[in-house]
Ligand binder design. Sequence first.
Ligand code: BDR
Ligand code: CA
Length: 310
Amino acid sequence: MNRIPVWIDTDTGVDDATALLVATKLEELEIVGVSAVAGNTSLENAFRNARDVLSLVGRKDIRVYPGAEKPLLIDLFTAENVHGSNGLGGAEIPLSDAPVETEKAWDALYEKAKEYKGELVVCPVGPLTNIANAIIKHPDIVDYIKVLNIMGGAAIGGNVTPCAEFNIYTDPQAAETVMRSGIPVNMFGLDVTIKAYLDDDDIAEISSYGNPVSDLFRDSNHLLYQAQERLYRSGLCEHDSCPILYTAHPEWFEGYECGIYVETQGTITFGKTVTDLWTDYKFDDRHCRFFLDLDRDRFAERIKEAYRSF
Ligand code: BDR
Ligand code: CA
């Protein structure tokens, strides 16, 4: 099988950890690099968590690069209320002893994108600071990235403000840089990711598998569970697994061509992803797809299968 080369950029919190773990179990994908960015938690935590999670599943061979410590222009806004002070909801796993990469995320990503000659799929599941830095520092990277499968944004609603989602709100200038770059974008915003949930039975099942990886799941997700119970429904929305599972199984997801831009000036609309999905006035540039639905049962089943197999 020709595997799809994938780069994952993560602010390694708890749903990021699930996405990374699931990605290592998808035979359709070849993870060619991972980068960390500040968002849910500090860069230091996000970098350590990505390394430790990959080490936990015996994938110390996947290189993890450190990226931005803060957004392009604004102060860092973290989500410790959801991901805990260490980014993993307080759960502790062994420290990785893999060699520590010091090359910056945007430089490493640029080199890898060139190596794969336009075939690299990049999955950013945190604020878009690293990707924006790559575009700013290496403008020709736009010719080398096949597509960005992004977790971020919302056509309707928000989870930080009534109209802004965390990854975009945290660095809207970076998001707008990415949306204006011309790289094709598949955007998995809250519209679809709140439908991408594990229900209480799924959670109990994964928690009962009794391997170190399912133990991490059991011990790390309580704050996210509480937050989502207040916002949406009981269960766990696995936001960050959406672009990962889409990359392997696009047929499970339903998306629509559109233009997307990001509000960087507004007061109550700061960080909103504005789409032209529901208007007859279309943006000139419509190189994006915004996803609205998925086959939840297959999505949840594949996540359970991954956790069962560690
Ligand atoms: C996004 O925000 C973060 O807290 C999650 O990891 C996910 O990437 C959901 O809004
Ligand atoms: Ca994330």
